[in-house]
Design a protein around this ligand. Structure first.
Ligand code: GLP
Length: 245
């Protein structure tokens, strides 16, 4: 691994995942009752595998850990194969000793998303905010489902997905029509309020999104650039994402 301009540039996806997982593992050891902000997508899967391995080796205890996920499609049922609740259960929660009651993923079946979102923010605040937030980035620079826009919302909200995100995510569904066109997502406030933000970026197709963060000014049309203002941002990428080849 090399540190270039404060970015941890790792050899490959495996090293990126392990190094970023170590930041989470340290946090969990220091704050066994801490609040994790978790993300879905292919980027964090390797990191989750590392945390499961650490747990199996007796190095981590999740019994008092609390988690809040960034986002969930809307509408979607929790047992849908592509729901983020299912992703979290299958990739992490079912393999560690976290109490499922302490895991929170936005409810893709709620009948009143506005009320749900307000309550989600209240619960995060009441839990003391997010201690450490994991993030991936969309090809268009979105974080969570905070899509490029003239104004980014601070609070958890129901977001319309852009065509490019629907296209990118349609690889997980039978066809494009099956991709939900909306999602409930944490807003910028909860993300920026996290004690630490760990951003994982892998693959050539994310090179452009990484350059937004590295070269750009704050730009709501490239939501990832807002992270430049975070007091403790750790960026882990692989060479493919950094060099774009
Ligand atoms: C989705 C999620 C984001 C994620 C992004 C990138 O749209 N809402 O949280 O960062 O996809 O996903 P991937 O890591 O699979 O490229």
């Amino acid at each position: 691994m090399e540190i270039i301009n404060g970015i941890f540039v790792c050899e490959d996806y495996g090293e990126m995942s392990r190094r970023a997982a170590d930041v989470f593992a340290d946090f969990i050891r220091c704050e066994p009752t801490g609040v994790l902000g978790l993300a879905t997508g292919s980027s964090p899967m390797g990191l989750y595998r590392c945390l499961v391995k650490d747990y199996e080796e007796g190095k981590l205890d999740f019994s008092k850990i609390v988690s809040y996920n960034l986002d969930e499609y809307y509408p979607i049922s929790p047992d849908h194969s592509q729901s983020y609740r299912r992703f979290m259960d299958e990739n992490l929660f079912d393999h560690i000793n976290i109490d499922k009651k302490n895991t929170h993923v936005p409810d893709g079946t709620c009948s009143d998303p506005t009320a749900f979102c307000a309550d989600y923010d209240k619960r995060i605040k009441a839990a003391g905010g997010i201690g450490i937030q994991l993030l991936g980035v969309g090809r268009n620079g979105h974080i969570g489902f905070n899509e490029p826009d003239g104004v980014l919302q601070g609070a958890t909200h129901l977001a319309d997905l852009t065509d490019s995100t629907v296209d990118a995510n349609s690889r997980f569904f039978k066809c494009r029509e099956d991709v939900p066109k909306q999602a409930i997502t944490m807003g910028i406030d909860a993300i920026m309020g996290a004690g630490t933000v760990v951003l994982v970026i892998s693959g050539e197709e994310k090179h452009e999104a990484l350059t937004y963060l590295l070269d750009g000014f704050y730009d709501t049309h490239r939501p990832v650039t807002l992270l430049r203002g975070h007091r403790d941002l750790r960026v882990f990428c692989d060479k493919a994402a950094y060099y774009g080849k």
